[in-house]
Design a binder for this molecule. Structure first.
Ligand code: ATP
Ligand code: MG
Length: 181
């Protein structure tokens, strides 16, 4: 099959929400809700423990038939005290993601805050690219996180970079319920 024939029959997309502005995780949640509206089954994996806010947790828990969610990994990277443990947690989280991708149970798999696993060399980049390349044809994969790897952007079908123009933090406004958590 030629590349253009392949493109026409393509159904499942790879979407990346990156950049330093706010809205990456909320975009992933928005698209999850859109998919759920069509009765899709979605697996939502949050790669950094602690960044999963209770607002979205409560909301997603209302759709147990359609959304499986997992909070995996440690609070790794910048404040780590034990890099080996972080790496181990990242690897096992990645194993879980691969299982979800190839399980056939889902129409969409969300890998929230996944880009950090690559930027901190927690898992093998070539393997990630191979898995994304070999994903089931109809499966949508959504990836979020700052500073996405250029190879990941190349492979993706959709890339949106959130640009921080203004953020209330900069004016000393504290995190707001329903906005930040
Ligand atoms: P959200 O979860 O609100 O969609 P995000 O996924 O784009 O945000 P992350 O990089 O995952 O953002 O950062 C998580 C937290 O950091 C959020 O609470 C968010 O409001 C905050 N944040 C995001 N961008 C900025 C920024 N430019 N300045 C200050 N804080 C930010
Ligand atoms: Mg986020």
């Amino acid at each position: 099959m030629t590349q253009s024939e392949k493109s026409k029959t393509k159904k499942g997309l790879i979407l990346v929400f990156t950049g330093h502005g706010k809205g990456k995780t909320t975009a992933a949640i928005g698209i999850t809700m859109r998919a759920v509206g069509h009765g899709f089954k979605v697996c939502f994996i949050q790669f950094i423990k602690g960044s999963w806010k209770y607002g979205e947790m409560e909301a997603i828990a209302r759709f147990p038939e359609n959304i499986d969610f997992h909070v995996l990994g440690r609070g790794f990277t910048w404040k780590s005290d034990d890099l080996d443990k972080d790496r181990e947690a990242a690897r096992s989280a990645w194993e879980k993601a691969k299982e979800a991708i190839f399980s056939g149970r889902y129409q969409m798999v969300v890998l929230d805050e996944f880009t950090y696993l690559l930027s901190y060399d927690m898992i093998d980049r070539e393997e990630v690219l191979r898995v994304l390349n070999d994903k089931p044809r109809d499966l949508h994969i959504v990836i979020t996180g700052r500073d996405a790897d250029p190879k990941l952007l190349e492979l993706a079908d959709l890339v949106t970079e959130m640009k921080a123009v203004k953020h209330p933090y900069k004016q000393g406004i504290k995190a707001q319920k329903g906005i930040e958590f």
